[in-house]
Ligand binder design. Structure first.
Ligand code: B1M
Length: 211
């Protein structure tokens, strides 16, 4: 692995926002693709954070610094990931579900969709079923994306799908779900149209749904 990606991972783990931003720029200057920087630099760095958070070796304030550093790197990559600029292929309303504040993965998914030419309405975090419904209606969206990182917040995805049915909107939108604890089986069980394990796969799944 290129040295700069290893440095980036260490800087991310240390929560050093400026260093992660600088390392991301350097990796671009060295000719690496945004995808390589994302997958093998930022995401690998965050995986180490996740492992140690789980083991109790890192605490929430430290993880927040890591998340901030990851955001700094992602902001550098954002224009490159969005660059492809093809005409809008669909309108996506996306958010992290009610009770859940994790937004790094959701932001990545949003960026990839923008890059793939979708119009994206990002509702942020802690998005209630009512807010999803309101946005789908107001924006006349044809795709809804829900992200959950906690097993305790996953059920809100089903509540949102049930609300779509109740409001007569289920046939108008395709539902895509994802997030670390979410599985294809869960998507099937709750009546979502598709599941994706990462941001690239999410765009692919949406393109298949729209085709
Ligand atoms: Co939280 N947290 N956290 N956390 N946190 C996890 C998720 C956890 C697995 C850590 C652990 O124990 N190992 C654990 C969940 C356990 C569980 O439910 N199974 C956990 C916990 C317990 C908690 C708290 C409850 C801790 C506490 O307070 N005691 C608390 C909950 C707060 C809340 O939401 N109400 C909490 C808080 C936080 C922070 C605020 C400190 C911070 C979030 C900062 C932020 O997001 N702005 C945080 C972080 C950073 C993490 C970890 C370390 C990293 C998550 C992340 O950003 N990953 C995480 C451990 C881990 O996942 N390794 C953890 C990088 C990101 C790129 O990946 O989000 O998986 P991910 O997104 C991927 C795919 O999942 C997919 O594509 C993305 C890109 O490839 N994807 C989609 C995501 N959404 C998608 C949507 C799609 C399709 C694909 O379609 C629409």
């Amino acid at each position: 692995m290129p040295n700069i990606l290893k440095i980036m991972q260490t800087d991310l783990y240390d929560g050093d926002m400026d260093a992660v931003e600088a390392a991301t720029r350097k990796a671009i200057d060295e000719g690496m693709s945004p995808k390589e920087i994302l997958d093998n630099g930022l995401i690998l760095g965050m995986e180490a954070v996740g492992r140690d958070f789980k083991a109790g070796d890192l605490y929430i304030p430290e993880v927040l610094l890591c998340a901030r550093a990851m955001h700094a790197g992602m902001e550098v990559l954002r224009p490159l990931l969005e660059e492809s600029g093809v005409p809008a292929r669909g309108k996506l309303v996306i958010g992290t579900v009610a009770g859940d504040l994790h937004d790094i993965g959701k932001n990545l998914v949003s960026m990839m969709f923008q890059g793939a030419g979708f119009e994206v309405i990002d509702l942020g975090v802690d998005v209630s079923p009512e807010k999803f419904i309101e946005a789908v209606r107001a924006e006349n969206a044809n795709l809804i994306g829900m992200s959950a990182l906690l097993t305790t917040t996953m059920p809100s995805m089903k509540v949102t799908i049930d609300a779509l049915i109740k409001e007569g909107l289920r046939d108008k939108v395709k539902v895509l779900i994802g997030g670390a604890p979410v599985t294809a089986k869960y998507a099937q069980d709750i009546g979502a149209d598709s599941f994706a394990s990462d941001a690239g796969a999410a765009v692919e799944a949406a393109q298949n749904l729209m085709a």
